[in-house]
Write a protein that binds this ligand. Structure first.
Ligand SMILES: Cc1cc2nc3c(=O)[nH]c(=O)nc-3n(C[C@H](O)[C@H](O)[C@H](O)COP(=O)(O)O)c2cc1C
Length: 371
C-alpha cells in the first residue's frame, strides 16, 4: 500500500499523486510535445472525460476485513498485477532516449502489459525483448496494407500477446492552430534518424504520411487482419454499443472504450458515459477495457465499477517517462495501483471479483444510458 500520512517519508523525491508527476515532467518535455500531449487549443473533450469520471461518487463499505487487497487480474487469459496497462503513444523517444523500450521496462517492473504504437520510435523486436510476452501491438489500418502485414508479422515474432487496432481515426482531424503547430514540428522531428518511427525506418519506400490513415478501412479489414496472425484482436476507440456488437460478430476478442482522449472526434461522448451501454450490450462475450482521462486509483475503480475489466493510461505514463524514464513509468503505475488498493479497501472490495456497481453512489443519467 502507498505511503500514508502516518508512515515515514521514504525520500524527498516521493511523488504522491499523478499531478505531482505532471508538474515534474512538463518542464522536461520539448514545448511542442507538451502542447501535443495537452491537446493545445482543443482541451474540452479531455476535460469532459476527466469530469465525467470525477462525477461518479464512491460509497464506503463498513467493517469488511480488508487487511489483504489483491489488484491482480487476467486480460485475455494473461495474468497481470493490476488492471492498468500502458496506452500506445506516437514517438516517445523525444522525451526519453529509450522511448517505448523504457516504457516497456517500467511496465514490466510493475508486472503489467505495455502497448507499442505503430507510430512508435522503437521497434517491436526491442520492445518484445524487454516485455517477454507482456506486450500488445497497436495497429493503424494504413492505406498500404503491406506495412500493416509486416508490422503484424514482426510483432507476432517478437512475442506480442495481442493486436490492438485503433479504429477512431479514419481521417486525421484538422487541428486548431496550437495543436497543428505542435504536430507539424513533431512530425519533422520524427524524421530525424534517432527519433524516426520504426514503421517509417523500415518502410522508407512507403512514407507513413502518404499511407496513414486509410479512410476506406471497414469491417472487412478486421476479418483480413484476423487472418494474418493467431493473436487475439482488440479494437481501440469504440464508443457505440452497436459497434461493440459488430466487433464481437467479426471475431474480435476485446474492445477498448476510448475517444483517443480528445485527439480524435472533438465533442465525443465521454468514456464514462459510453462504457455502461457497451458492457450491457456485449455481456460476457467480449472483454471491455477503457481509457481517456483516468488520473487516479479512484478513476480506475470507477471504470471497473461500470464494468471495465482493465484500463489503459496514457498521459500519466508519459509524465512518468519524462520525469524519470523507466523508473518513472514504474512509479506511476505502482502509485495508481496503490491508490486503487486503497479505494478498494475503503469501499470494501478485496479482489477484482468483488468490485461492482454497488460501490458507486450515483450514476448520472448519461452514464446509465444503455443504447
Ligand atoms: C501524445 C499521445 C500520443 C498518442 N498516440 C497514439 C497512437 O499512436 N495510437 C493510439 O492508438 N493512440 C494514441 N494515443 C491515445 C492513447 O493511446 C490513449 O487512448 C489516451 O492517451 C488515453 O487517455 P489519457 O492520456 O487521458 O490516459 C496517444 C495519446 C497521446 C496523448
Amino acid at each position: 500500500m502507498k505511503e500514508t500520512v502516518f508512515s515515514a517519508s521514504t525520500g524527498p523525491d516521493d511523488l504522491l499523486d499523478i499531478a505531482e508527476f505532471r508538474a515534474l515532467a512538463e518542464p522536461r518535455m520539448p514545448e511542442d510535445y507538451r502542447n501535443f500531449v495537452n491537446n493545445a487549443g482543443m482541451e474540452q473533450t479531455l476535460r469532459d472525460d476527466i469530469a465525467a469520471w470525477g462525477s461518479l461518487h464512491l460509497r464506503p463499505r463498513a467493517l469488511v476485513d480488508v487487511s489483504h487487497v489483491d489488484t491482480a487480474v487476467t486480460v485475455l487469459g494473461q495474468p497481470i498485477a493490476m488492471p492498468i496497462i500502458t496506452a500506445p503513444f506516437v514517438g516517445s523517444s523525444l522525451i526519453d532516449p529509450e522511448g517505448e523500450v523504457a516504457t516497456a521496462r517500467g511496465a514490466m517492473a510493475a508486472a503489467t502489459i505495455t502497448t507499442l504504437s505503430m507510430m512508435g520510435t522503437r521497434p517491436p523486436e526491442d520492445v518484445g525483448a524487454v516485455a517477454k510476452g507482456r506486450y500488445w501491438q497497436q495497429i493503424y489500418c494504413m492505406r498500404d496494407r503491406g506495412v500493416v502485414q509486416d508490422v503484424i508479422a514482426r510483432a507476432e515474432a517478437a512475442g506480442a500477446s495481442a493486436l490492438c487496432l485503433t479504429v477512431d481515426l479514419p481521417v486525421m482531424p484538422a487541428f486548431p492552430r496550437p495543436m497543428r503547430v505542435a504536430a507539424q514540428a513533431l512530425f519533422r522531428r520524427w524524421q530525424e534518424p534517432e527519433h524516426m518511427m520504426y514503421a517509417v525506418r523500415n518502410y522508407a519506400d512507403r512514407p507513413i504520411g502518404a499511407t496513414f490513415p486509410d479512410p476506406a478501412a471497414t469491417w472487412a479489414d478486421v476479418e483480413w487482419m484476423r487472418g494474418l496472425s493467431s493473436l487475439p484482436l482488440i479494437l481501440k476507440g469504440v464508443i457505440r454499443p452497436d459497434d461493440a456488437l459488430r466487433a464481437r460478430d467479426h471475431g474480435v476478442s476485446a474492445v477498448i472504450v476510448s475517444n483517443h482522449a480528445g485527439q480524435g472526434l472533438r465533442a465525443s461522448q465521454p468514456v464514462a458515459h459510453a462504457l455502461p451501454g457497451i458492457v450491457a450490450a456485449v455481456g460476457a462475450d467480449l472483454e471491455v477495457y477503457a481509457d481517456s482521462g483516468i488520473r487516479s486509483g479512484a478513476d480506475v475503480l470507477r471504470a471497473l465499477a461500470l464494468g471495465a475489466r482493465a484500463v489503459l493510461v496514457g498521459r500519466p505514463v508519459l509524465w512518468g517517462l519524462a520525469a524519470a524514464g523507466a523508473d518513472g513509468v514504474k512509479r506511476v503505475l505502482t502509485l495508481l495501483q496503490a491508490e486503487l488498493a486503497e479505494v478498494m479497501a475503503i469501499t470494501g472490495a478485496t479482489s477484482m471479483a468483488q468490485v461492482d456497481r454497488s460501490v458507486l453512489g450515483n450514476i448520472p443519467r448519461e452514464a446509465a444510458q444503455r443504447d
